[in-house]
Design a protein. Sequence first.
Length: 307
Amino acid sequence: MFERKPITLFLIMSFIFSWMLFLAPLTLGDDVDATTKQLATQGLWAIAMWGPGIAAIFVTLFVAKQPFSSLRLNTLGPKRFDLWAWLLPVVLTILGGIFTLLFGIAKLDLNFTMIREALSAAPGGADVPPAVIVLMQTLLALTFAPIINMLFTMGEELGWRGFLLPRLLPLGQWKAVILSGVIWGVWHAPAIVQGHNYPGYPILGVFMMIIFCVLLGTIISWLYLNTKSPWVAALAHGSINAIAGLPVLFFEPGFNMAFGGTLAAPTAWIGMLLFIVWLVWTKRFPVMEQVREVEAVQRLGGDEETK
């Protein structure tokens, strides 16, 4: 059954909590140096990621009056989907980097000019080989970073996939996935207008973020619906945040990052769209087990109304 009140309150709480933190850096005065402002922004935005999670917990316990276990934090699901969650973002990011080169948006730079320039500005940095830094960042992105990132991505995924998506499923699986993706994209708007992901495109960037979140949200939703676990969704999100910007290190500085080089850019949408088409073609999506479960709940609700 479609529950409008819990969803509405969840969205209001999520947006108010997170948007206040997203917009907080704008209140910092011009006398604050750039480094301090950047660190403050990153800290505030990291906390903002828990807006949906906090809202999900509050609404579940005090509005829907359901047990905490209904958010399924005690569920892990089949282990093979953990591998999908960990490694698929890596493949999609690499494809995005390849398409960035093929479309001529950026040029390959194995001299790692961007890292070299950053090192030359740091005390003693000129003695450090740029290739070592790139290797260390790559290894970190592929190993520990996804787990560390889960401390924050769980805040989003507990809300978007753990709470919102299941409550939208009575609308139909496709509608639920797309609508939750649109909401997720709009939620990012205050960060996007400040230059996040699509620098130089504060308005167009919001619409680009919505498209990106619908595509990426479909993939994460597929993982969630197969496991019923917010953990696998948080792992996928953590892997995405770890690897999404890594290709930038391999390109010459000065290219338009709004349209290529990162997982959020249109060049990476191609790989995500192809993967979704493959899911549909191979009948992996919609996830039929979830379709049958929703239909059963709807029939039960209809029977109760008849009585």
